[in-house]
Write a protein that binds this ligand. Structure first.
Ligand SMILES: *[C@@H]1O[C@H](CO)[C@@H](O)[C@H](O)[C@H]1NC(C)=O
Ligand SMILES: *[C@@H]1O[C@H](CO)[C@@H](O)[C@H](O)[C@H]1NC(C)=O
Ligand SMILES: *[C@@H]1O[C@H](CO)[C@@H](O)[C@H](O)[C@H]1NC(C)=O
Ligand SMILES: *[C@@H]1O[C@H](CO)[C@@H](O)[C@H](O)[C@H]1NC(C)=O
Length: 727
């Protein structure tokens, strides 16, 4: 019977199928060519000094600057960089985003039929919960491969304004999911890992960049809109101690250890000065103290905001002048292109200040290969659409979600067994979430695996939304249907949202287990199923404190980290908060259990002060955390960790320290963490190298790092060890 099919329609169908394929091959499907300067096939361009690939980036940038008029220069101060046809320089859009995958949020990057989506990883808050620095970097590497692949076909820029490393200080911000959480050390390690993964162009690549990352928003930025207080006009009042102890360390690590190519200043003011006009914070700290190798960008459009919203300067020319002189190099927005020429003509700014700014921008583009001709003939030139959304990239997105998911409560119900569970009711407004799973600063994902789909791949499911939104504003018919579905199933999984209070769930007997899954990215549903059914033993730990509702009594705008007992102000984050928590920083359960034993750690550490040091003759509470006495002042802590249960798993060992109570120091702070994989019964030794001045120091009231003398307590889980630091 099949042979009876008429041949003609069959071949017509084949022709129809072939046609779009041929169109793609001949430049259809939105195929694009990349943007680049210094086309090597043009002899005029190839002869320019700024196109000379043998010269240093600084020499090439100087050559380029020398060829430009002032009017041309200011076109290189803004994210929509103007084209300069006479020198063969095309327009370039600096603003692209890659918070957890290549994103369409910045205008420099878009998807098309040629590259319809990119791998969407969990939001950083969930990735951070893995406490796995190898993973942070691995994700950055995949994202930069996909970014370069898209750049080669004209769909993406080379400068990505990610990651967001603001400290997650208050859950009401609404953007905490973009960050690695509340701890400065974890945030620093995340920044270094992710930035290195994005930027590292490989061994032997010298100063070259694969893509340029950007740590933002500098600094003390985490109020977007609270009771009418807007980020555009908020003045963050921050003590020098909190600034240097909490808000700055991730940025410092990002620049000093991560060698990031950019820092973005924020909208807000810090102690009365807009950050993008603050010479101390930009030129002084980022470029002076930390030696940024790269450019400082504004948020979009902070310079306009400091003039029009904050009325910080009298004229727009003053705003342009003060921000460039403070150390700003690039303006997201158009303000500097509009007002900088007039500012120079009015003598508010010298042309050499403009030269400095565009030189930093040019050098960054040179390190990226933008002035080296066609990127398809350069390193990473072979990457193309087939390198985006590969199965291994998508598997890493699933792996990242698995590693981050936190088991908060388990009365023994988990893991589920497919042998005993034959039916599952999946309930909740997010039970079949797709877009919601990937969160904000998103791109189009390769595909989605929703929770319902992930669970349904393992067991028969009945799905009832129960409510239409996370607040669960009543619809009794929907609720009845959900209750019925739950009653007839072997197990019920409730998938609720971020704004649902969970204090009741923690203590309720009816809720057998709780998982926190953050915004788990495109493969979130598969990862949830992996954990629920025990294909993956959960190992994530909370990177933030979960406060009770009473926390909302304190004003979000109060930036103080430290508690104030005289007014009942409770302080913020596990390092300072003195009240009860629903769940604490570092909480997270496993399907197995681990035993720790201290193998070795010193009980006495002596600090050798230089002759004549005041603390040799008089009693001191602390000594400076820099200077000769800090050299080689380090010791090892060795711990034995054993998997004492019946299933294999990964385990994060946290090393905390409680310093002596001087300088209003944190009650405890994280010194280090290491994650180990252990089979059932297996034991391993985890070693921490503790550098006394770096790791045991605290920041004093003036912002100086000090090492307290006296009794320091090290904690690992319930283990406590005291060591005495003396002169
Ligand atoms: C390119 O720069 C190198 C290093 O400075 C120099 O030796 C060489 O002469 C330059 N080439 C041209 C064509 O100017
Ligand atoms: C080479 O580039 C210059 C500057 O963009 C342009 O004016 C000229 O027409 C180009 N020459 C060729 C042969 O394309
Ligand atoms: C769940 O979501 C997926 C993807 O958006 C959709 O294809 C599917 O129809 C949904 N399933 C149900 C039962 O609504
Ligand atoms: C950390 O992440 C990497 C990359 O996914 C993985 O290979 C490794 O096993 C993880 N480490 C632990 C201890 O889970």
């Amino acid at each position: 019977m099949a042979a009876a099919a008429p041949p003609f329609p069959a071949s017509a169908a084949a022709a129809l199928l072939l046609l779009p394929l041929l169109l793609c091959l001949s430049g259809g499907c939105n195929a694009q060519t990349p943007v680049f300067a210094c086309d090597a096939s043009n002899a005029t361009l190839a002869a320019y000094g700024f196109c000379n690939r043998s010269a240093t980036a600084a020499a090439r940038a100087a050559d380029l600057v020398s060829r430009l008029t002032l009017a041309e220069k200011v076109g290189f101060l803004v994210d929509k960089q103007a084209a300069l046809p006479r020198l063969g320089i095309p327009a370039y859009e600096w603003w692209s985003e890659a918070l957890h995958g290549v994103s369409y949020v910045g205008p420099g990057t878009r998807f098309s039929p040629l590259v319809p989506g990119a791998t969407s990883f969990p939001q950083p808050i969930l990735t951070a919960a893995s406490f796995n620095a190898t993973l942070f970097r691995a994700i950055g590497e995949v994202v930069s491969n996909e970014a370069r692949a898209m750049h080669n076909v004209g769909l993406a820029g080379l400068t990505f304004w990610s990651p967001n490393i603001n400290i997650f200080r208050d859950p009401r911000w609404g953007r905490g999911q973009e960050t690695p959480g509340e701890d400065p050390l974890l945030t620093s390690k995340y920044a270094v890992g992710y930035v290195t993964g994005l930027q590292d162009a490989g061994s032997g690549a010298g100063d070259s960049l694969k893509v340029a990352a950007c740590c933002k928003h500098y600094t003390a930025y985490d109020v977007d809109n609270w009771k009418g207080v807007e980020r555009y006009t908020f003045n963050a009042v921050v003590s020098q101690q909190d600034l240097d102890d909490t808000f700055q360390p991730p940025f410092k690590s990002c620049v000093v250890d991560g060698n990031v190519a950019s820092v973005m200043c924020s909208y807000n003011q810090v102690n009365g000065t807009p950050t993008c006009a603050d010479k101390d914070l930009l030129s002084g700290v980022i470029r002076g103290d930390w030696k940024l190798n790269g450019y400082i960008s504004s948020d979009c459009d902070s310079v306009d905001v400091l003039y029009n919203n904050q009325h910080y300067t009298k004229t727009p020319e003053d705003a342009a002048a003060i921000s460039i002189k403070a150390g700003l190099d690039l303006n997201c927005g158009n303000f500097l292109a509009q007002h900088t020429v007039a500012a120079v003509q009015a003598g508010k700014l010298s042309e050499s200040d403009v030269d400095r700014a565009i030189t930093n921008n040019f050098i960054t583009l040179m390190r990226l290969g933008f002035f080296d001709g066609d990127p398809r003939e350069l390193p990473f030139g072979s990457l193309g659409p087939s390198d985006v959304c590969t199965s291994s990239n998508q598997e890493l997105a699933r792996e990242a979600a698995r590693q981050g998911i936190v088991l908060l409560k388990n009365n023994g119900a988990l893991p589920l067994s497919t042998k005993s569970i034959k039916s599952m009711a999946v309930i909740g407004p997010n039970a079949n979430a797709s877009f919601t799973m990937i969160g904000n600063y998103e791109g189009t994902p390769c595909k989605y695996t929703t929770p319902l789909q992930g669970l349904g791949a393992n067991v028969a499911t009945v799905y009832q939304p129960g409510c239409t939104n996370v607040g669960c504003s009543g619809n009794s018919l929907q609720l009845d249907a959900a209750t019925k579905a739950a009653a007839s199933a072997d197990v019920t999984v409730l998938i609720v949202g971020a704004d649902q209070s969970i204090s009741f769930a923690k203590s309720s007997d009816k809720i057998a287990a709780i998982l926190w899954v953050g915004y788990p990215g495109e493969a979130g549903g598969a990862a949830i199923a992996d954990v629920l059914f025990g294909y993956h033993n959960p190992s994530g730990r909370l990177p933030v404190s979960w406060y009770p509702e009473s926390f909302t009594k304190i004003p979000m705008t109060d930036m103080r980290m430290r508690p104030d007992p005289s007014t009942g102000y409770p302080g913020r984050t596990y390092r300072f908060y003195t009240g009860d928590t629903v769940y604490a920083f570092g909480d997270g359960l496993s399907y197995t259990n681990y035993a720790h034993r201290l193998v070795s750690a010193p009980t006495q550490v002596a600090v050798q002060l230089a002759e004549g040091h005041a603390c040799l003759t008089e009693q001191c509470l602390s000594v400076e955390a820099e200077g000769g006495h800090c050299e080689n002042l380090a010791f090892d802590v060795h711990l034995r960790v054993r998997n004492a249960g019946k299933v294999g798993g990964a385990h994060t060992v946290f090393l905390f320290s409680s310093p002596p109570a001087v300088h209003n120091a944190p009650a405890k702070h994280l010194l280090g963490f290491e994650k180990v994989s252990l089979e059932p019964g297996q034991a391993g030794v985890v070693a921490f190298k503790v550098d006394v001045c770096r790791d045991l120091s605290v920041v004093d009231e003036l912002g100086n790092r000090k090492v307290a003398l006296g009794s320091h307590t090290l904690h690992v889980g319930d283990l406590k060890h005291t060591l005495n630091l003396r002169v």
